[in-house]
Design a protein around this ligand. Structure first.
Ligand code: GLU
Length: 445
């Protein structure tokens, strides 16, 4: 790392003790930024990095709720409003027991650069709770969401901060959150949340967007080597919203997706995953992959283990942070991998990324490859602002243009800074310069 940035890094790490995922995300970005500071001494003089690493505002609050038996539970709610240089804070809410400040801050920090790369007018933020939705009834989920919004509402708004979904927060939760926001504020403010239902202000393609976008990004990477998805053998991790739509898109382009996973294990389906069945099991029934294997002849469920043991030419990690380590990366490489695109946020550890890059594998980091979700959220905000709704075809075309644009900008930036083919460098520098320029223009705030 550039020595001028080391001191800043040390201060950030010391000031945010115990937030290991945030540290990881910061270090990964700083490692790309030396050459930018050679060309732009004004970023150092303006202490842009020091300011960028300190969220503009952080809200932590109590979320009390009662379960169906009348027992009282208390969870912790978060919203980190990280950077508004380019637009209102924008980013999802994650409901998962692993959520704490370090997770929310890593996600919020990455979101700043991701959102900048989309070219849309959105700043970066993230939030969530350590609430565990697993096994909870609809009524419990609703009470939790209402309690969460009863504090959050005062901090958000279409010009201020626009939350959406992430792990554990989908259309159902956005519905309950929107309903409570409307009830408290007495305003039908469509643009305050994205990921809404299609009949009440949502956008077509938003549910598909992250997964589709990841595959479009991967396809653009493959094209640079004269290849395509046609005939590829693809391994996906996860089986939620991002994974399901990545599988569907990859298969529509001629690939065979042979595996996906959940927290209990993974399935191998050599004939190619049956997306309709997977969606029925995971999204409609909220079941497990064992249910898929029981209903799909020829498929096989492996309890525990790692989905990265399955041989594939393209890997799409779509589960969660740090799910793919250096050993898994080495195994994938020795099994004939040619490309990786991250549908999840920071799924590859730093050593996994090094393994991929040293082996010359095409590697699309999450902040570029999974930006299609938030980009389509920005398209939802556009439709809300103009009280309009667009067709599936038009919205998908806009998503495709945005993803191709992100790919090309990352590739061009990597070339410009002497790291051709390095999408990590391209994404970090491309996102950073845009935000840094806007921060300097807006003065010391
Ligand atoms: N949670 C998604 C992400 O990681 C989407 C955020 C949004 O649509 O605001 O980018």
């Amino acid at each position: 790392m550039d020595s001028r940035l080391e001191a800043v890094r040390d201060t950030v790490l010391a000031r945010n003790p115990g937030e290991k995922e945030f540290h990881q995300a910061v270090i990964e970005v700083f490692e790309s930024l030396g050459p930018v500071h050679d060309r732009h001494p004004e970023f150092l003089e303006g202490a842009v990095l020091e300011r960028l690493c300190e969220p503009e505002r952080q809200i932590i609050f109590r979320v009390p709720w009662t379960d169906d038996a009348g027992r009282v539970h208390v969870n912790r709610g978060f919203r980190v409003e990280f950077n508004s240089a380019l637009g209102p804070y924008k980013g999802g809410l994650r409901f998962h027991p692993s959520v704490y400040l370090g997770i929310v801050k890593f996600l919020g920090f990455e979101q700043i650069f991701k959102n900048a790369l989309t070219g849309m007018p959105i700043g970066g933020g993230k939030g969530g709770s350590d609430f565990d939705p697993r096994g909870r009834s609809d009524a419990e989920i609703m009470r939790f969401c209402q309690s969460f919004m009863t504090e959050l509402y005062r901090h958000i708004g279409e010009y201020t901060d626009v939350p959406a979904g992430d792990i554990g927060v989908g259309g159902r939760e956005i519905g309950y959150l929107f309903g409570q926001y409307k009830r408290i504020t007495n305003r039908y403010e469509s643009g305050v949340l994205t990921g809404k239902g299609i009949s009440w202000g949502g956008s077509l393609v938003r549910p598909e967007a992250t997964g589709y976008g990841t595959v479009i990004f991967a396809q653009e990477m493959l094209k640079t080597r004269g290849q395509s998805f046609d005939g590829q053998r693809v391994v996906v991790s996860g089986s939620g919203n991002v994974a399901i739509h990545a599988i569907a898109k990859a298969q529509s382009l001629g690939a065979t997706v042979v595996a996906c996973s959940d927290s209990a294990g993974y399935i191998v389906d050599e004939a190619g995953i049956d997306v309709a069945l997977l969606s029925q099991v995971k999204e409609v029934e909220r079941g497990r992959l064992t249910d898929y294997a029981a209903r799909r002849p020829g498929s096989n469920h492996v309890a525990g283990g790692s989905v990265w043991d399955v041989t594939g030419t393209v890997a799409l990690p779509c589960a969660t942070q740090n799910e793919l380590d250096g050993d898994a990366a080495a195994k994938l490489v020795s099994n004939g991998l040619i490309a990786v695109a991250e549908g999840a946020n920071m799924p590859s550890t730093r050593s996994a990324v090094s393994v991929f890059q040293e082996a010359g594998i095409l590697f699309g980091p999450g902040k570029a490859a999974n930006a299609g979700g938030v980009a389509t959220s920005a398209l939802e905000m556009q439709q809300n602002a103009s009280r309009d709704s667009w067709s599936f075809e038009y919205t998908e075309q806009r998503l495709t243009e945005i993803m191709v644009g992100i790919h090309d900008r990352c590739a061009a930036t990597a070339d410009e800074y002497g790291a051709p083919g390095n999408y990590v460098v391209g994404a970090n520098i491309g996102g950073f310069v845009k935000v840094a320029d806007a921060m300097l223009a807006q003065g010391l705030i």
